[in-house]
Design a protein around this ligand. Structure first.
Ligand code: ZN
Length: 291
């Protein structure tokens, strides 16, 4: 979706590879099982840092490390800093005109930006486990879009240049976190009015039957949220487009037409290469460029 926000000079290339990007947008979640460093990149537990975390946690990585130590930051999630890192990596990929890495980091960046827009990615109570609302994560993030996204308006305008990607990432986290109270409170309220047999229904998924939040319950919850899921999705889309665009501009707007006749190399090789990079310069660049 973010592809359609892009300007001339970028949109042709991204349209050509739109399938690759959407397919690989889920890669970071898959890596969580194989790479122990992966999980904290997807969230930040703002509640760990108190009520005013947005103000009390230093936004710059170096300063946050000084205040809390790297181990603590990693224990409670690093999504805003990882977005900054991915913007940097994508910029480097554009500069070196490495098509595989451009696509790889575009997909990755899109994923982490998406996560930062999800309220439940900003709390330790990420699946309602602390408030007896287990399952709310997938409810908000998957079930509502599954039933409602057909009606969403995905026209979000044109990608814009972002002066401070790190601040943009923090703002996404801040707004997500501000919405958290509604996410939990409205579901708890609604839950009181529903008996379990009306709250859930059973649906066939391929060969299995799954217990899901019923259509009625989903509709009522979505109405209480008053367009929140759509708003967060729209914001994620324009932010993804804008940060892709920003990386491209910062790299000197390389001509992407040169890749017209080039195909993506073996995706396995690409994934390996990227994983190697992640390991070899793991924290080097985030420290080097965040000042
Ligand atoms: Zn994720």
């Amino acid at each position: 979706m973010a592809v359609f926000t892009l300007p001339e000079g970028m949109i042709g290339f991204y349209k050509k590879h739109i399938d690759y990007i959407s397919e690989h947008a889920v890669d970071p979640d898959k890596r969580r099982y194989s790479n122990p460093d992966e999980a904290p990149r997807h969230y930040i537990d703002m509640d760990h840092y108190g009520k005013y975390a947005y103000d009390s946690v230093p936004h710059q990585w170096n300063k946050a490390v000084m205040k809390y130590t790297e181990d603590t930051l990693k224990a409670y999630g690093i999504v805003p800093w990882h977005i900054e890192k991915m913007v940097y990596r994508l910029t480097q990929a554009f500069k070196s005109e490495n098509m595989d890495l451009i696509l790889h980091y575009s997909a990755d960046l899109g994923h982490y930006i998406g996560d930062s827009h999800v309220p439940l990615h900003t709390t330790s109570n990420y699946n309602g486990q602390a408030t007896n609302q287990k399952g709310i994560h997938g409810f908000w993030e998957s079930r509502i879009p599954e039933l409602k996204s057909e009606d969403y308006d995905y026209w979000v305008g044109k990608a814009r240049y972002i002066d401070k990607p790190l601040e943009k990432a923090w703002m996404a986290v801040k707004i997500s976190n501000a919405a958290l109270d509604s996410v939990l409170t409205f579901e708890a309220e609604l839950n009181k009015k529903y008996s379990p047999d009306k709250k859930y229904s059973f649906e066939n998924r391929g060969a299995t039957v799954m217990k899901v939040y019923s259509a009625e319950y989903t509709t009522d919850y979505n109405a209480l949220l008053n367009g929140m899921v759509e708003r967060r999705m729209r914001s994620a889309i324009i932010t993804v487009g804008s940060l892709w665009y920003t990386a491209w501009v910062n790299a000197g707007k390389p001509n992407l037409d040169k890749f017209d006749n080039k195909d993506i190399s073996d995706s396995l090789k690409l994934a390996d290469k990227a994983e190697e990079l992640l390991k070899s310069d793991s924290d080097k660049d985030i420290k080097g460029h965040s000042d």
